[in-house]
Each structure stands twice: as structure tokens, then as C-alpha cells.
Ligand binder design. Structure first.
Ligand SMILES: NC(=O)c1ccc[n+]([C@@H]2O[C@H](COP(=O)([O-])OP(=O)(O)OC[C@H]3O[C@@H](n4cnc5c(N)ncnc54)[C@H](OP(=O)(O)O)[C@@H]3O)[C@@H](O)[C@H]2O)c1
Length: 301
């Protein structure tokens, strides 16, 4: 298959481009600026996704069967400070891609987030009603609506993921890589005990996304790890597996911290539909930590 993957310098995009090219697909990997990630046989192209004209002509030239869009402004507090910039990439660029997908009869697999839910009563099923709070959440939710509005029902999939981790940090640091960097140097970390989340190894997310793309499975999907934990429990489990000192973890409460953007507290994604449909099953936390330890020992994913 000819597949376009955006966000190719990012955590999910880079792993997805590598995985799909290792499976023999013709992968065109779009990133911003120079290539920074290892992409194996995927062909890298620099593309500013907020440039609608450039995106439309790039899609016409590539003529892909599938477009996968992990690219986004993912800095949650950064989105709060720059809602216009967040809108341009998290909504405007998504609408441009959906329009181009429609014109080229491509299937669009768009990557979204558990933040579309308010986090008052998670974990959430795929058909739960979103109630986004904060600029990141609002723009990611609006991006989902752009996909649904602009494409026929059998031509799109939206895959929500949550707290994705992998080593080393490709692009910006992630929850897992930050914990490893800090704890391995004996630095204390403060973790929220009152935020429950699904956590997802990046390779597991990539495997589930790759299968959704290959099978062109339409609709809403949750591509996340199989378990929901609080952040302290995740840190303690990581310490136990990596041999780090768990007393470096200081439990904190999200309600006591002033954050620029609100975070869902009782979040988490139910993965039943994914588990029942895909061969690439959501991993348990033990499986995710095992994969993280293996890449930490190798020094690469
Ligand atoms: N990581 C998580 O914990 C998590 C959790 C829930 C949902 N998600 C969703 O999963 C997706 C992928 O996340 P990720 O962790 O892989 O994010 P990431 O590492 O931040 O990668 C996102 C990529 O998008 C690119 N990008 C941003 N603006 C762009 C623009 N205007 N033109 C072209 N490229 C642009 C970035 O380029 P630069 O590298 O140049 O900045 C970056 O490489 C996102 O849609 C996110 O909302 C992630």
C-alpha cells in the first residue's frame, strides 16, 4: 500500500513510518523541517501542514491509499498559550487533509486523544460523549469533527490514544522517557496520585494504528494500553522493573497544582472494541514496561 504518515519526526509518527515500511508498504513520511528521526525505508519529505495549498498538492502527488495523521501541537500548556497556533494544526490542517483525502479517495486515519473527555468519570468507551476542556482538548475534538464532517463514514477512522511512552525520547520527552532520565540519575520526581490514565507503549500504539490502516477499519477506536492506573502506580511499577529507587517518587495532587491547562483527572480509555477486533491487542502495563526496558538496554527503539 502507498501510505502517507505525518508527524514523522514525532514519537508515534516515526515508529509508525518505520513499522509500515518494514512491512513492505510504500511509506511517504511527512515531517516539519529536516529529518530528525530514523525512518528506515520510508521516504521523508518536509511539509508544513498548515500550508493548505502545499498539503493539497502533496496529497495529489503522493496519491496514497491511506493517510495517517499523528501530527499535532501536543504541548498541552503550549496550546493554552497559543490557541490560534493550536487551531491551525489541530483543526485547520486536519480539515485540509480530510478535504484532500476526499478528493483523492484516500482513507484517513486521524490520531486523537483521551483529552476529548472531561475526565470526570473515566475510563471511557469509544462512543462516550466528549466534553473537552482547555485549548488542546478543544482543538483535538474539533479536529475529530472536521474528519467526520468532511469524509464519508467508510473513509475515516479516528484513533484516540493516551500517555504514550517510549525510549529514547524521539522529538520531545514523553512520560516514560522523562521518568527514566530522572530516576536513573537519582533525581526526585513528583507524580500525580489523583490522575488516572491509560498508558500506551509507542510500539503498541503503532502496531494498532498500522493494522487499522492496513484493514481500513472505519469509525472510532481507542488505541491505548489495556490498563488504567494513576501516575504514581505507573512510576512505582517502572521502578520495580528497572531497578530504580521508588522512594524518589513523591506523590502529588493535581488539585494542588496550578496548571495552565486543565487535565482530565479520572481519564482512561476502554479498549474493548480494539481488543475484540484487532490482532494487535492492547498491551498490559507489564508488557509495555518490558518493551521499554528492552529499548532502554539497547539504547534505541
Ligand atoms: N504522546 C502522548 O502521550 C499522546 C497522548 C494522547 C494523544 N496523542 C496524540 O497522538 C498524536 C501523536 O503524538 P506524539 O506523541 O507522536 O506527538 P509528537 O511527538 O509531539 O509529534 C507530533 C509531530 O507533529 C509535528 N507537527 C506539529 N505541527 C506541525 C506542522 N504545522 N506541520 C508539520 N508537522 C507538524 C511535530 O513536528 P516538530 O517535531 O517539528 O515539532 C511533531 O513531530 C497527536 O495527535 C497527539 O494528539 C499523544
Amino acid at each position: 500500500m502507498r501510505i502517507v504518515v505525518t508527524g514523522a519526526n514525532g514519537l508515534i509518527g516515526s515508529r509508525l513510518a518505520r513499522l509500515l515500511s518494514s512491512r513492505g508498504h510504500d511509506v511517504i513520511a511527512w515531517g516539519r523541517g529536516p529529518q530528525r528521526a530514523t525512518l528506515n525505508a520510508a521516504k521523508y519529505q518536509s511539509l508544513e501542514l498548515t500550508d493548505a495549498r502545499a498539503v493539497s498538492s502533496a496529497v495529489s502527488a503522493a496519491f496514497p491509499q491511506v493517510i495517517i495523521n499523528p501530527a499535532a501541537m501536543t504541548d498541552v500548556d503550549g496550546c493554552e498559550r497559543d490557541p490560534l497556533g493550536a487551531w491551525d494544526i489541530n483543526v485547520g490542517a486536519v480539515a485540509t487533509l480530510a478535504r484532500a483525502a476526499r478528493l483523492s479517495a484516500s482513507f484517513l486515519l486521524h490520531v486523537s486523544t483521551d483529552y476529548v473527555f472531561d475526565g470526570d468519570a473515566g475510563p471511557y468507551q469509544v462512543d462516550a460523549t466528549p466534553n473537552p476542556r482547555g485549548a488542546y482538548a478543544l482543538t483535538k475534538h474539533a479536529g475529530e469533527q472536521a474528519v467526520r464532517a468532511l469524509l464519508p463514514a467508510d473513509a475515516w477512522a479516528i484513533a484516540r490514544t493516551a500517555v504514550v511512552y517510549g525510549w529514547p525520547a524521539e522529538g520531545k520527552s514523553n512520560f516514560g522517557s522523562w521518568l527514566i532520565s530522572s530516576l536513573s540519575e537519582g533525581k526526585k520526581v513528583s507524580l500525580f496520585a489523583d490522575q488516572r490514565v491509560s498508558t500506551t507503549h509507542a510500539d503498541n500504539a503503532a502496531a494498532m494504528l498500522a493494522e487499522l490502516a492496513e484493514r481500513k477499519l472505519p469509525g472510532l477506536w481507542h488505541v491505548a494500553g489495556a490498563e488504567v492506573t494513576d501516575r504514581v502506580e505507573f512510576g512505582q511499577r517502572l521502578c520495580a522493573r528497572f531497578g530504580f529507587d521508588a522512594s524518589l517518587i513523591t506523590p502529588a495532587r493535581m488539585v494542588d497544582v496550578r496548571l495552565a491547562s486543565p487535565r482530565p483527572a479520572r481519564s482512561g480509555l476502554q479498549v474493548d472494541r480494539t481488543t475484540n477486533t484487532l490482532k494487535a491487542a492492547p498491551w498490559t502495563l507489564a508488557e509495555g514496561l518490558e518493551a521499554l526496558l528492552a529499548e532502554y538496554r539497547k539504547g534505541r527503539p
